[in-house]
Design a protein around this ligand. Sequence first.
Ligand code: ATP
Length: 194
Amino acid sequence: MLKVGLTGNIGSGKTTVADIFLTLGIPVYPADEEAKKMYDIPSVRQKLTTRFGRGVMKGSVLNKRALAAIVFQHASDLKFLQDLVHPLVIADYQAWQKKQENIAYSILESAILFESGLISSFDKIILVSCPLPIRIDRIMLRDHACREEVLLRQTAQWDEESKLSRADFIIENSGRLPLIPQVMKIHQTLEGKD
Ligand code: ATP
């Protein structure tokens, strides 16, 4: 079974594309979503409050927005968070991957496949591409976030330009081209049916 990585910078449309693959019956592991679930593990929460203080908690749950406001300001804090959570997500993904059967390929979706160095673990990479101004507008709308907040989240990500040449497939999602035919074409290639 092929291991496929689905990536793209913030707001490019990864989850929208992943949902199309899911409707085609392709299993998708949403790594960034799964990473957030790791914050519920008591030992992880303990390490986060020790490093960042009680301000990252809202009652007994982690305040992800407060945590994001801290870690996207300082590279060393982001690295601390990633070093804490990434090994747990990778282990969980590997266990998930072993359970996938009778399928030509499975997908892991993450915004930071290139930045995390995970890229080399995949047979094929799909990059969802969209110009930054459109991505900012879409995220502001989706998350009720201000422009500065979106730009801050984007700073830790590499420029899309540097990823384009390293992707096996590029999905153009500026709104100019419909998504479904682009996904279908990739799906047929990955299934070996074109
Ligand atoms: P993140 O990096 O935050 O995880 P993402 O890359 O997964 O984001 P999506 O959540 O799929 O991006 O899309 C961002 C927003 O843009 C969503 O509200 C989605 O509905 C919208 N969107 C995605 N593609 C299109 C499109 N082609 N036309 C209009 N809106 C779109």
